[in-house]
Unconditional design. Structure first.
Length: 396
């Protein structure tokens, strides 16, 4: 059965204040069904009436909007040596942000992370819906809790459950590239299209796929774009295979190539490498032509299969995007089936806080998702939003 209440909540959360007439039209709901759904949301203090004056003058319209403070969410993005986080309300407004040192490789990594999060949860006034954690690695789609990450040196660690038990709060983990894709689908240009891809360039190469408006999770994970084969019989990758895109086109791979060619010293940063390449066409060509070509071909292959309308390119590596762009686009368009080359490309500047915001979006999405939850934490987030907010009602 279709969950009209959830559809209404999702539409209001995604598009902001909206009239009843428009909701009925957009969602194809009858008057009585819409009234029943909005009454449920009103009773739980999730939705309120807001007046908005039309810019053309005339009578103010009564619109339905979210009660922003009916729930709060913590989001954290983990790197091997630090954690960046934000606390947001239901409208994804950032209430505060934090950055803490964190050592993912230590024996007490989960304990350390729990402590760090406990400190933040104590600052929350009102209902904490849950904690979202974005990690550079694979998260089991079955429980959104078990994580594998070469970058963090985590091997099948049940992080979510351990933290959830310790803090008595739902905890959802997600691959960090997927958190970016969810953010785009809820708040960015991704909300205007049904099918899009987010790719990230940097330490690794990742992909988030949004298909029919929902993040595609696969049965055993998905979006391992860095590990599609780019060169048959190429160098060994940390995944154990040979010739992966990541061993050619990730920042460490390009750094290693620059070092081997004598263009930089071992300690040089990527920023320094990009600046050297910008000043010398030959160096730029040596270091970026092949990676850009292979990235274009690999992405074209995915586009030919999924036919997306929009491609987001992000990650810390996009700071050097000017060195990739020309060759990448030439290679991409040369390899996409001509009838499918109507997609737009949007290059997003790198921003740590955006990834943390993405981690909050996992929790907000779990509360709004169309699909039935497959794990206990997602269900608990929904319950907290729908039931616990009763005590918070009329707070705006
Ligand atoms: Zn690989």
């Amino acid at each position: 059965m279709r969950d009209s209440t959830n559809e209404v909540l999702r539409a209001i959360a995604t598009y902001g204040p909206v009239s009843r007439a428009q909701l009925a039209r957009d969602l194809g709901l009858s008057g009585p069904t819409l009234t029943q759904a909005t009454k449920y949301l009103f009773d739980r203090g999730l939705v309120t009436e807001v007046e908005q004056s039309p810019s053309t003058g005339g009578r103010p319209a009564t619109l339905l909007g979210l009660v922003a403070n009916a729930g709060q969410v913590l989001g954290v993005k983990l790197a091997e040596d630090h954690a960046v986080g934000v606390c947001v309300n239901l409208q994804s407004e950032i209430l505060w942000s934090f950055e803490e040192p964190f050592s993912s490789r230590g024996d007490d990594a989960v304990k350390e992370l729990t402590q760090l999060l406990r400190k933040q949860t104590k600052l929350i006034k009102g209902q904490l819906l849950g904690i979202g954690i974005g990690i550079p690695g694979v998260v089991s789609p079955l429980d959104s809790s078990t994580a594998d990450s070469a970058m963090l040196s985590w091997n099948k660690i049940n992080v979510g459950k351990q933290i959830s038990d310790a803090l008595n709060t739902p905890v959802l983990l997600e691959n960090d590239v997927n958190t970016l894709a969810i953010t785009e689908s809820l708040y960015g240009h991704g909300r205007d299209v049904s099918n899009f891809l987010t790719i990230t360039l940097g330490r690794g190469i990742g992909m988030g796929l949004v298909i029919n408006g929902e993040l595609y999770a696969g049965s055993y994970g998905a979006g391992e774009f860095g590990h599609v084969n780019a060169i048959s019989g190429g160098p060994e990758c940390e995944c154990g295979k040979y010739g992966c895109l990541e061993v050619i086109a990730s920042s460490p791979a390009i750094h290693a190539a620059a070092l081997a060619a004598g263009y930089i010293s071992r300690s040089a940063s990527m920023t320094k490498l990009w600046n050297i390449a910008r000043k010398d066409k030959k160096i730029a060509n040596d270091l970026f032509k092949k990676p850009a070509e292979l990235l274009g071909i690999a992405l074209a292959n995915v586009i030919n299969v999924f036919g997306p309308e929009l491609i987001f390119i992000s990650g810390e590596g996009v700071e050097g995007w000017d060195l990739w762009e020309e060759t990448f686009k030439k290679s991409l368009y040369a390899n996409v089936v001509p009838t499918m080359n109507k997609f737009d490309i949007e290059v997003d500047p790198w921003d740590d806080a955006k990834w943390a915001l993405g981690a909050t979006a996992i929790v907000l999405q779990a509360s709004l998702s169309r699909s039935q939850s497959t794990n206990a934490s997602s269900t608990e987030v929904k319950n907290r939003l729908r039931i616990a907010t009763k005590s918070e009602s009329r707070v705006s």
